[in-house]
Design a binder for this molecule. Sequence first.
Ligand code: ZN
Length: 331
Amino acid sequence: MPYDDSSPAPESRDAIDPDRPWYTRRSTLAVAVAVLAPTLLAGWVLTQVVTETGADAKRPAALSPLPASHTAAGDAKSSASPSPSPSSSPSPTASASPQAPAPAKGPLAGKTVVIDPGHNTGNFKHTDEIDRQVDIGTNRKECDTTGTTTNSGYMEAEFSMDVSRRLRAVLEERGVKVVLTHEAGTARPWGPCIDERARIGNEARADAVVSVHADGVSAGNRGYHVILPARVKAGAADTAAIVGPSRQLGERIGSNFSRTTGSAPANYLGSGTGLVVRDDLGGLNLSTRPKVFIECGNMRDGKDAAQLMSAEWRQKAAQGIADGIVGFLGG
Ligand code: ZN
């Protein structure tokens, strides 16, 4: 800091001052040390024997396994992250898996992934706020939507947040820096708006962005699909640079998701490819970083809903999405 440079601490200035009197009295001091040293040393040894014994008696408590492993995990985690980020703070997901993330190596070093949990469980109570229109380049659209639910009331926003947290944990294990566009709870009672969701990815200079959703169409329609950005250029929207890499990202996510979950590509759109191109989503139109949406299944279909409500299945979903992202990043 500048004030340190202009005003050195007294100790450091004294230490390099050749005019200090102690310099000339050095030989006297040395003699005194030589005379006193054996006495002091004997006393020190005696003290150490006593205190070491005392310390040993306390050691089992001080080195109990739980605090030791927590400390090691915390240290390894902070050294793996070059700068503090919201995602490095403790979270329910992080505390559930105390293993330290592997330090980022090779192609994953320095990579940032932004995960966008679709909707927000608070949106149902903030319809006025989320109905506000925002500019998505090609046209204007609602700030955000409530999302769908299963017939039993399990909310898409709950699902998307859960999968997003699991996905974050998997990616952080690989040493990737992860940013969520929002967190569950009171910190963000609604939204963010779709334009802000895109902006968060852009400003993070994310290497990949994925928005996590589940669909809400009539029963019998099943399976997952990945939504890719169309080529659009209007207002603030210009996707020319991301159409190609986003397709690569989406193809990798789709195939890995299918592998880990056993789900088939959607049977109601995408012609069985599990890939759909859209030009009406603000989150894609306004992105300047490779980005896709994934609709993990249909919440209104009983069989798909049973999967979406299974924590075990959601872990497989997160793993598949993560594998796709890591593959896209070259890891
Ligand atoms: Zn959705």
